[in-house]
Ligand binder design. Structure first.
Ligand SMILES: Cc1cc2nc3c(=O)[nH]c(=O)nc-3n(C[C@H](O)[C@H](O)[C@H](O)COP(=O)(O)O)c2cc1C
Length: 172
C-alpha cells in the first residue's frame, strides 16, 4: 500500500487520546451492525459506526474494525457478512451488539440472506458484502468489501451517534 510522506520531515505533536475522541466525536454518523454466522450457524457481529461508501465501480464499502474486537475474527472467517444500517428505534440493538461478550444477539431479531449473511430485522437498509481486502491501520483494520446485494426500507429515520451519545433525527 502506498504511504504518502510529507516532503519535509514533520515531528507531530503527541495527540491526547481524550482530545482525539472528543474532537473526532463531533463527526456525526449513522450506526451499522456487521454480522455473519459462525460454522455452527450462530450469529456473530458488532456495532460499527466506521462505515462508508467507497467505490461504485466496482461496488465497494469501507469499514474500520478495532483490532481488539473479539467478534471480528469470526465475521472475517465467514468471508461474507451483512451491514445493517440501524433505524432510530434500534438503539437497544446497537447497545447489545456494541457490548463485548455474552450472547450479543439475545433479543435481537435477525435473518439470513441468500448470500449467507446476517441482516438485522427492521434495519433501515442492508448491504450484503463479500470480504475484499484487510489492511492494518494503527490499532484498527481497514476493511474493504464487495457489495453483493442492497435492500432499503421505505421511510424510517436513522440512529445517529454524536459526541459519544445517541441521537435521532426526523427525516422525510
Ligand atoms: C455506537 C458504537 C459504535 C461503534 N463503532 C465501532 C467501529 O466503528 N469499529 C469498531 O471496531 N468497533 C466499534 N464499536 C465497538 C464494537 O461494537 C465492539 O467490537 C464491541 O463493543 C466489542 O465487542 P466484540 O469484542 O464482540 O467485538 C462501536 C460500538 C458502539 C456502541
Amino acid at each position: 500500500m502506498e504511504r504518502l510522506t510529507p516532503s519535509a520531515p514533520v515531528d507531530p505533536a503527541p495527540v491526547d487520546p481524550a482530545v482525539f475522541r472528543d474532537v473526532l466525536g463531533a463527526f456525526a454518523s449513522g450506526i451499522t451492525v456487521l454480522a455473519a454466522t459462525d460454522p455452527d450457524g450462530r450469529p456473530v457481529g458488532l456495532a460499527c459506526q466506521s462505515f462508508a461508501s467507497l467505490s461504485l465501480d466496482p461496488p465497494l464499502v469501507l469499514i474500520c474494525v478495532g483490532k481488539g474486537s473479539s467478534s471480528w475474527p469470526a465475521v472475517r472467517a465467514a468471508g461474507r457478512f451483512g451491514v445493517s444500517i440501524l433505524d432510530a428505534r434500534q438503539r437497544a440493538v446497537c447497545e447489545a451488539l456494541g457490548r463485548r461478550g455474552g450472547d450479543k444477539f439475545a433479543g435481537v431479531e435477525w435473518e439470513t440472506s441468500a448470500h449467507g449473511t446476517v441482516r438485522i430485522t427492521g434495519a433501515l437498509a442492508t448491504v450484503d458484502c463479500a470480504l475484499d481486502t484487510v489492511h492494518e491501520a494503527g490499532d484498527h483494520y481497514l476493511v474493504t468489501a464487495r457489495v453483493l446485494e442492497l435492500t432499503a426500507r421505505d421511510g424510517g429515520s436513522p440512529l445517529l451517534y454524536f459526541r459519544s451519545d445517541y441521537a435521532t433525527g426526523a427525516f422525510g
